[in-house]
Design a binder for this molecule. Structure first.
Ligand SMILES: Nc1ncnc2c1ncn2[C@@H]1O[C@H](COP(=O)(O)OP(=O)(O)O)[C@@H](O)[C@H]1O
Ligand SMILES: [Mg+2]
Length: 342
């Protein structure tokens, strides 16, 4: 497929069970060779999205293409290009690790010799060679997840769906999974679509993150973009004298928080260049000089809470170029900032 084409694209995916709307029009575009994280709380619709995109259940509406194949008219083409590791393990407990992998190879019609070769390679790659002849029932959670992922890779998929790949794993196994997932993308150029409830996981792994809440995508972007969009970030100005601090504090009104000891003034804002420029212009206009300026972004926890309507979802006024659309060159920034302060 054309390398500039997205690995996964979807428009208006919808799904309801009875009168409960589970997905309410999902749009996605995931570039090839990237990790995409669908982040959301329990019941948001993550597994449903994976099930639809991996042809396991039909959507009620919308269209999607995977690896250039149309989900509806060419489901076989889609299936040939993807691998799915579900939320619940596909590992057969009665079989050994090797037998599980060879079973997958048989399902993919790889042939006996190629199947064994692929199984051995994956056991080695995932550090499971020593456990190859042991029944999966004796495996730890982390080993089981690795085996599950190895089984998904037997078919050499270009797009891999991982539904909550590290839920329930201890921190060390989680890190190992992260390394494996990242290396799939970096070494093999596959595209990974993962779902997670862990902000840290999305932050660590994903090139792009979409936040799903009650069947609606409430935000999409890189971890940094999402952090910038959300209240909790601020610009900190440092002054060389209490007098300068006081003058500046007066300009920004009640939205700014001052620390008279440290001679700093924190102004809630998104830290983008236009916002920074607006702040500096306000100071310039009255000839107050800041000694230093630092941008503080919120962490993903703040983002998640704000976007999914948790506590603290609508904190104090906040400066962004999105939320203050009147911040255009023909109105002075001073006016805008003071408006935000009210
Ligand atoms: N087969 C089904 N029948 C009825 N409701 C379902 C079915 N599958 C999922 N749901 C509902 O859809 C919502 C989203 O579920 P799911 O996609 O599993 O969320 P997540 O994976 O984000 O936790 C939940 O409220 C769930 O109860
Ligand atoms: Mg789920």
């Amino acid at each position: 497929m054309n390398p500039t084409e997205p690995a996964v694209s979807a428009v208006g995916l919808r799904k309801s069970y009875g009168d409960k709307t589970v997905l309410d029009g999902i749009d996605l575009s995931i570039p090839q060779g990237t990790v995409f994280a669908l982040l959301g709380p329990n019941g948001a619709g993550k597994t449903t999205t994976v099930q639809i995109l991996s042809t396991l259940i039909p959507a009620d509406g919308g269209r999607a293409q995977l690896a250039g194949h149309d989900l509806e008219s060419d489901a076989d083409g889609v299936r040939a290009a993807i691998g799915v590791t579900g939320q619940f393990s596909a590992v057969d407990n009665l079989l050994t690790a090797e037998e599980n992998l060879i079973l997958m190879a048989d399902l993919h019609h790889l042939g006996r010799r190629e199947g064994r070769r692929r199984a051995a390679e994956l056991l080695h790659r995932f550090d499971l060679a020593e456990a190859a002849r042991k029944p999966a029932s004796t495996f730890s959670g982390g080993m089981r997840r690795k085996l599950d992922l190895a089984m998904t890779l037997v078919g050499d998929p270009r797009i891999i769906f991982l539904d909550e790949p590290t839920t329930g794993l201890d921190p060390r196994s989680r890190r190992t999974m992260w390394e494996i997932i990242r290396s799939l993308v970096d070494d093999k150029g596959v595209t990974v679509f993962l779902t997670t409830q862990y902000l840290e996981e999305a932050d660590q792994l994903a090139d792009r993150i979409a936040v799903l809440d009650h069947g609606v995508l409430v935000a999409e972007g890189t971890a940094d973009e999402l952090k910038r969009r959300v209240p909790g970030g601020y610009v900190r100005l440092r002054f060389s004298s209490p007098r300068d601090l006081d003058s500046a504090a007066g300009l920004f009104g009640t939205i700014a928080k001052r620390d008279p000891e440290a001679l700093t003034l924190d102004i809630p804002g998104d830290g983008t260049i236009p916002t920074l420029r607006a702040v500096l212009d306000v100071l310039d206009a009255v000839s107050v000089r800041a000694e230093g300026l630092t941008v503080h972004t919120p962490d993903l926890d703040d983002v998640f809470l704000a976007l999914t309507g948790g506590p603290g979802a609508h904190p104090a006024p906040f400066l962004t170029t999105d939320t203050t659309p009147d911040m255009t060159p023909d109105t002075t920034p001073v006016t805008n900032l003071q408006e935000s302060a009210r």
